[in-house]
Structures are given as C-alpha cells and as structure tokens.
Design a protein around this ligand. Structure first.
Ligand SMILES: *Cc1c(COP(=O)(O)O)cnc(C)c1O
Length: 416
C-alpha cells in the first residue's frame, strides 16, 4: 500500500496539461470517448499511416504500377524501415531490417544463431515465454532432431543454466503477461562469458522503453511492428543482427530477396553481404509503408521521457487500484517497481475475463490473458494521467459484482 493517497482526477488532469508528450495524442486517430489501454496488443492508428496508405495505394500502386518499385523506393522499404527502428533499440541503421512476422524472424535467427555457434546445440529459454517463441523453438528442435536441445529454465535459474554447452539464449525482454523486464546487459554478458550468443525478442520493448542492444553487446534480436510501433494489424516485424555477425549468419530461408543480386536471376544462391541476407520474399509494400509513416510519431521524442512517463502512469494505476479497490479480489501481477516492468501493468482476478469485457463496454479497452490476467498497456504517445484515473474509476462500480456477473460478459471471443 502506498503511503500517500493517490492524486485526484483534477491533479491528473493538471499532470496532462504540464506533459510535453501529451500533444502527441493528436497524431493518432482514436474513437471519441474510448480509453485505449491495449496498445501493447495493437497500437492505435497514426493519422500519418492512414494518409500514407491512401497515397501508396492510389498513387504508387494505382498510377505508378510496377515502376514504383524504383520510383517510389519500394524495394528499399525493408532497409529504410529497419533504419528508422534502429535508434529506438540502440542499433546502427544497417543492423535492422523489417521483414516477415516476429515468428518467422525468430525461426530464421534461432536457426542461424544456433548453427553459427555449433557444435554447441543447447538453446536456453524460459517457461511461460510468449507461446510463439516456445512453439518456434519446439518446431526447430523437431526439424533438427539431435542438432538442437532445448533447455527451458525458470527466470531465477537462467544465469546458472548458461554453461559451455549453450549455443543460444532466446528470451523476451519484457514479459508479455507480467511485464517483468529482464536485465539484458547482465544476461548478455553472462552468455558471452560462457561462449553463448543471445537472441532477444523485443516485441514489448521496441517503442515502449529505451533499449540499447549495442551497449548490451546483444547479438541478435527480433520484434513486433504492430504493438508499440503502431504499424497496424499484422504489420511487418523487424530483426537485428549485430554487424560483426552479418557476414557469417546463414538463413534457413534462403529466398531470392536475400540473394546478393536478386535481379541477376541466377540459379545458385549467394547471400547478400549485409543484413539483407535475412530477407526471404517480396516485401509487403503497403504494410511497410504504413509502418514507415507510423514511426514518424517517434520523431523528436526522447525515449527516456517516454519511459519516465510510462513508469509514472503504471505507478498511478497500481496506486489507484490499491487505494480504491482494496477488497475486490485483485492481486498485482506485474513488478510493483516501475524500473522492473515494461510499459504495461497486469492484475490477476479469478473473474478477469468478464471484468475486462464489462470494462470494455464502459469504454476502457484493456485485454485478458488466460487464465486470469488483466493487462493494461500504457502507450504514452497517446495516453495520459487523467485517462488512467478515469479507467480505475470505471472499474470501481463494477466490482461489487453486479456488472461482470452478467453472463454476456463471460462469452469467449476468438481473439482475446
Ligand atoms: C506479439 C508477440 C509476438 C508476435 O509474433 P507474430 O509472429 O508477429 O504474430 C511474438 N513474440 C512476442 C514476445 C510477442 O509479444
């Protein structure tokens, strides 16, 4: 329980007034009256992305047709978008490229990273990692058989599990449910001391908090384009390869876009000399165009300022829940210290699913993660303090049970 009472609605509104980031909200198109706390699942629509999509469709595609590959620079979109993501994650412009989905990039880099460090064959990860991360590693193991062994170790045991057999450490920097943050620098240092490489999943980190891959000495990374980067549903993902590995890393998906000279149309594969060797097929031009425009929302924004605000918003949310809903059956399911969590807060409640549905009906959009986690993303580019106050305020009257006990709130949908 915090010692000081949480601020009033008016005090929160005053914090918004004084917040230089609050104006960024105008860059986004949000439904009137909705409090959107789900940018960790699908980022809101940047107005610039909608405009760019319209222009890319009508002009570049409709008018320019095939010449737009050159005249509109379509062919360079994966590298151009990668270069734009790079400063958000502490990478050089030529170390990041946008391509495929996070899952596919995980497969490519896990396979390539493990092979790069053979004859070692152990891949270390943690239980409860995002499902696709685990499934991809399980699939890789099924394909390679004896070539790969998985060592799935709870986070407290990770440091000790990294030994001389380990080829690759594969972890998600910010946990998708709890929001708990790994110490990337310490784990990377430990991995390197043992001769292992690291592959970080930045899906809940990129655009959410400052990440410094190169300061941490990270080797490989992947991340998502549709969460905190606001690239739109199913936006292309990105991948990072430290410059020192770019000449040696071999992709398992050796498609023509990764070839040194794709338009020579020769029979034999020869990888590009740089990070483009991790490309596979033709880039999704419209989706990349939207993502490129969306990234403009980060122009001139200090990630440190974003971070400070997201920690403050998270603290405010948790303080308010503790103060106003002490007996409602919630437990805090994320680290209580802002510095130890990503840009989200999580609560646990046995009726979590129904509560989230009831809250959505009251205009506050969070999400539910099975079996009992309520997640609230804190996207500081378009969120504010008063919204957090309002969200908890709308949660309070429902918690005497009458609202979420209505059966309509318990009907499951395909996507939660
Ligand atoms: C959202 C997310 C993904 C998404 O993978 P896709 O292939 O883009 O669907 C992967 N890993 C983590 C940790 C995520 O949070």
């Amino acid at each position: 329980m915090s010692a000081t009472p949480p601020p009033s609605r008016a005090a929160c509104a005053a914090l918004d007034e004084a917040d230089p980031l609050f104006g960024k909200r105008d860059l986004f198109s949000l439904p009137a009256g909705m409090i959107y706390l789900d940018g960790n699942s699908l980022g809101a629509l940047p107005r610039a992305a909608a405009q760019r999509l319209a222009a890319a469709t009508a002009g570049e595609w409709g008018e320019g047709l095939i010449s737009s590959w050159n005249t509109a620079g379509w062919i360079d979109l994966p590298a151009r978008v990668g270069a734009r993501i790079a400063p958000l994650i502490g990478a050089a412009a030529d170390e990041v490229i946008a391509a495929d989905s996070t899952s596919v990039n995980l497969f490519k880099l896990a396979a390539a990273g493990a092979r790069l460090n053979s004859p070692r064959r152990v891949i270390v990860t943690e239980p409860g990692n995002f499902p696709t991360d685990l499934y991809i590693l399980q699939g890789l193991k099924a394909w390679l058989g004896e070539g790969v062994a998985l060592r799935v170790v709870p986070r407290e045991g990770l440091m000790a599990a990294i030994d001389a057999d380990v080829a690759l450490l594969v972890l998600t920097h910010v946990h998708y449910k709890s929001g708990a943050l790994h110490d990337m620098a310490a784990l990377t240092e430990r991995a390197h001391a043992a001769g292992a490489l690291t592959l970080w999943d930045l899906s809940h980190s990129a655009g959410a908090l400052p990440v410094d891959l190169n300061a941490a000495g990270a080797d490989l990374a992947v991340g998502c384009g549709y969460k905190f980067l606001n690239g739109g549903p199913g936006a292309p993902a990105f991948l990072f390869v430290a410059r020192r590995w770019q000449g040696a890393l071999e992709t398992p998906l050796s498609g023509w876009m990764g070839h040194a000279a794709p338009f020579d149309f020769v029979d034999d594969y020869r990888p590009a000399g740089d990070i483009r060797r991790l490309l596979t097929g033709t880039p999704p031009v419209l989706a990349l165009s939207a993502l490129e425009a969306a990234l403009g929302a980060f122009d001139g924004v200090s990630m440190d300022a974003l971070r400070a605000k997201s920690m403050a918003l998270g603290d405010l949310f948790l303080d308010l829940v503790e103060a106003r809903l002490p007996h409602a059956g919630f437990t805090i399911a994320c680290p209580r210290q802002g510095a130890e969590r990503g840009s989200q807060v999580s609560l646990r409640h046995p009726h979590g699913y129904a509560i989230i549905q009831a809250l959505i009906e009251r205009g506050v959009v969070g999400d539910f993660r099975s079996p009992d986690i309520l997640r609230f993303g804190l996207s500081r580019l378009y969120g504010g303090y008063a919204e957090i106050w309002e969200s908890v305020d709308r949660l309070v009257p429902g918690m005497d049970g009458f609202l979420w006990q209505e059966t309509r709130f318990s009907v499951g949908a395909a996507v939660t």
